[in-house]
Design a protein around this ligand. Structure first.
Ligand SMILES: Cc1ncc(COP(=O)(O)O)c(C=O)c1O
Length: 323
């Protein structure tokens, strides 16, 4: 069973505007508005190989599409599909690609072309909309020994500047600059403060601090994307008898925490072992993070009862293996 592919590899088929087509043939025009102005929205969803290797399970598929459609609403991207239809297209796409490997799913909604009669400008109305779904074979990529993170010199934009609660493509310039700065310093990722100097989130993940048997994480009002993994951690924490406080987190509290971890669809639940040049705890992945990460993995791999209905199971039509 193949579960880990560290370099993302585009799958054979993509879905574009209601049709399945070979990924290599999917194109957008140079004049695409979203390419010019960053007026697209996206999601990051994952599907995990289940025991036996002949089935994938997508995690919280409908929650991702509900968030996707909320992001669309902010940019006035009007699609002729609801979350059920997008979920169905995703399932069919995974079936067609029939890859027995962990898969990353990337829906993209975007502003395409100015309609006749629209005045020139950075318009959200009078512009046609388009949608695609591509998938990549991609396994777990967080470094096993934990992440070394910067406290970024870049700030998360305030909601009145560029709302990060929607996954707007243009907003990810902020993440790209912060990640680039961290990588240039030889680190793995960056944690950003908001304009008020409080901890916001990492470049593509939310942040938790462990203080004894309590977890602390910044609120929606801290200029963060409200992550689906962050929400899952609340449930896993309750299972493990851990309290979760959602409140402003000052920088110094994070620097002095027993453990720090990041949560995101891409990273999973990943320990931070170094922050701003200081060890976090004893500079090793901590026990609370470990217990949450193990339970998360068990949930994704079908080893726990799916009591919340979070797994969409897709049997794969694979050739029989040689005896
Ligand atoms: C900026 C940002 N914050 C947090 C997250 C984590 O969100 P989720 O757990 O829904 O993947 C992501 C990833 O999508 C992100 O891009």
């Amino acid at each position: 069973m193949t579960t880990a592919t560290t370099t993302p590899r585009p799958a054979t088929w993509s879905w574009h505007e209601g049709d399945f087509l070979p990924t290599a043939e999917a194109r957008v025009p140079l004049t695409t508005q979203a390419l010019q102005y960053g007026t697209g929205v996206f999601e990051g969803i994952r599907a995990y190989v289940q025991p036996g290797g002949r089935e994938l399970a997508v995690f919280r598929l409908h929650d991702h599409y509900r968030r996707f459609l909320r992001s669309c609403r902010l940019l006035r991207i009007e699609l002729p599909y609801g979350s059920d239809e997008l979920a169905e297209a995703t399932v069919e796409l995974l079936r067609r690609n029939a890859a027995a490997a962990d898969t990353y799913i990337r829906p993209l909604g975007y502003k395409l072309a100015m309609l006749p009669g629209t005045r020139p400008g950075v318009n959200l109305t009078g512009v046609s909309d388009a949608v695609s779904i591509s998938t990549f074979l991609m396994g777990h990529y967080a470094p096993p020994g934990g992440l070394r993170c910067a406290l970024s010199s870049w700030r998360r934009p305030a909601d009145g500047v560029l709302p990060v609660r929607a996954k707007v493509t243009g907003g990810y310039v902020n993440s790209a600059l912060a990640l680039d700065e961290a990588l240039a310093a030889g680190l793995d990722d960056a944690i950003l403060c908001n304009d008020r100097g409080q901890i916001a989130e990492a470049t593509t993940a939310n942040v938790f601090a462990v203080l004894g048997d309590r977890l602390v994480t910044p609120p929606a009002t801290a200029d963060i994307l409200e992550g689906i993994t962050r929400d899952t951690v609340r449930v896993l924490a309750a299972d493990l008898g851990l309290a979760v406080e959602t409140r402003d987190v000052p920088r110094s509290e994070l620097l002095l925490a027993d453990e720090v971890f990041l949560t995101g669809t891409g990273l999973g639940i990943a320990p931070v072992v170094e922050l701003a040049g200081r060890p976090v705890g004893d500079a090793r992945p901590g026990p609370v993070t470990g217990a949450l990460a193990d339970r998360y993995t068990a949930l994704l791999r079908g080893a726990l009862d799916d009591e919340h209905g979070w797994l969409t199971r897709i049997p794969l039509d694979l050739p029989e293996e040689n005896p």
